[in-house]
Design a protein around this ligand. Structure first.
Ligand SMILES: C[S@@+](CC[C@H](N)C(=O)[O-])C[C@H]1O[C@@H](n2cnc3c(N)ncnc32)[C@H](O)[C@@H]1O
Length: 442
């Protein structure tokens, strides 16, 4: 059981305000950046927990609160407190799952009520928060039986999302949702330009950190830790990258001297991997200048910001602005998408997306792909990547692209990679990605 800290009411309020921000369309990372640094770690843990269980929280809240209060933060505080109260009651009967924040029921109710008092504007919600939480304690069994068959409450994803998976993956939609709700391991890719995997393994072992190797340069840590405290971070020995994403760069089979374009590069995970694999001339594009700055920082830390590397803040669609007419031997199109394949690492994504986003991002991705095709050299390759599991953004997109471009020949690539939990064969597991590789016929 977590110790009683005077800051719990502050963390609850900050987490609730971050959850409310997600509900209004802001990413959880952005929302947490606005939280006071003293409270942020605790608020982050609570908000991440809330996102993984928000379908349940909303369903229970609906049974208890008839009219949504004017304050979105107070409404989120009710949902969050209900979740934590339920975890505290369950902890008496079963041992809590890893990562479950458990407080005594008394502390929780007390601190949730206290959280309403930190602002004059929310103090009037004291009675409501208190009444809802006490009623949940009294009527829990009946309330839980009422939401038993609620899809969103069971799977903690929006209904439209669950229905899309049921339609597209009738055999394994439940496994996909379970994987999305699991806690992923921390997965690293060793920078083979800077060191060897053995050196990194040894440095971790010296600090008592257990790692398991996978693939060519991967290492996985079962227990995630703050990355900047791990050995070799400052020296650029490794990057954090999911095992599924580590497949991308090698598929382009880059060789020294090749002209390479990374068209949607930020924050630069795959850009760095390409530069680790060969001494290529590389142009990294991203439409978002702020995100592109992160590519710069990452390449600098990894010692890869060398001659022949060009970073351009521009849209891939506007080839007339950034392209000098020299065709590329290899083009990586890591397209903007709903990110439905990486929900276990970003549990807020499911609540940020709307059903119509799937078509909209697929349309933008299609425009980017069509533009990029014009810069691929004869015999050159274009790798289409998304971190989505919706076929509209993956296989359907790849087929439409191939049908449109007669010179595009589809080569062997994994296609739809569905999220996979770690097991003996895949110790790091992997997120969901889509890969299609094309070459321009000569
Ligand atoms: C999936 S992320 C890329 C991840 C990156 N390749 C990595 O491995 O770290 C997609 C990126 O596409 C960028 N983007 C969106 N529209 C774009 C456009 N029209 N042109 C270039 N980049 C774009 C986004 O800003 C975002 O950084």
């Amino acid at each position: 059981m977590n110790p009683v800290t005077p800051a719990l009411s502050h963390s609850l309020l900050a987490a609730a305000s971050s959850v409310a921000a997600v509900e209004s369309g802001q990413s959880l990372t952005e929302a947490l950046a606005d939280v006071h640094p003293d409270v942020r770690p605790a608020a982050q843990a609570l908000a991440f927990y809330a996102m993984r269980h928000w379908g349940w929280a909303k369903a229970v809240r609906r049974t208890l609160v008839e009219r949504e209060p004017a304050s979105a933060t107070m409404y989120a505080l009710i949902g969050l407190s209900l979740l934590l109260l339920d975890a505290s009651i369950r902890a008496r009967e079963e041992s809590p799952a890893a990562g479950t924040p458990v407080y005594s029921a008394h502390t929780l109710v007390d601190q949730a009520v206290q959280a309403t008092q930190w602002h004059r504007s929310t103090a009037s919600f004291k009675g409501l928060v208190n009444a809802v939480l006490r009623r949940f304690q009294r009527e829990r069994a009946v309330i839980l039986s009422r939401i038993e068959n609620d899809l969103e409450a069971t799977w903690n994803h929006p209904r439209w999302w669950i229905e899309s998976l049921q339609k597209n993956y009738p055999q394994n939609w439940q496994a996909l949702l379970a994987a999305a709700n699991a806690h992923p391991p921390l997965t690293l890719r060793v920078n083979i330009r800077a060191t060897t995997r053995e050196t990194v393994e040894r440095a971790f072992a010296e600090q008592g950190i257990e790692t398991t190797p996978f693939g060519v340069a991967g290492l996985v840590l079962r227990v995630p830790r703050p990355i900047t405290s791990l050995p070799g971070y400052a020296q650029g020995w490794w990057s954090v990258q999911d095992a599924g994403a580590q497949l991308a760069a090698p598929m382009l089979d880059v060789k020294d001297g090749m002209q390479v374009l990374d068209a949607c590069a930020a924050p630069g995970g795959k850009t760095a991997h390409l530069l680790e694999l060969a001494k290529v001339d590389l142009t990294a594009l991203d439409v978002d200048a702020t995100r592109l700055e992160r590519v710069h920082q990452n390449l600098k830390r990894l010692g890869l910001m060398r001659r022949g590397v060009r970073l351009v803040a521009e849209s891939a669609i506007k080839t007339h602005i950034w392209w000098d007419g020299k065709p590329f031997d290899a083009v990586l199109a890591d397209l903007p998408c709903t990110a439905s394949g990486i929900v276990s690492r970003h549990p807020d994504i499911r609540w940020l997306r709307r059903a119509q986003d799937v078509q909209q991002t697929a349309k933008l991705a299609r425009e980017i792909l069509d533009s990029l095709w014009s810069v691929v050299a004869p015999g050159g390759k274009l790798l289409m990547v998304t971190c989505s599991i919706f076929p509209e953004e993956g296989e359907q997109q790849a087929q439409a692209f191939a049908a449109q471009h007669a010179q595009a020949e589809r080569l062997s690539a994994p296609g739809q990679l569905l999220p996979h939990l770690p097991d003996a064969e895949h110790p790091a597991g992997y997120d969901g990605f889509f890969y299609a590789l094309f070459t321009r016929r000569t």
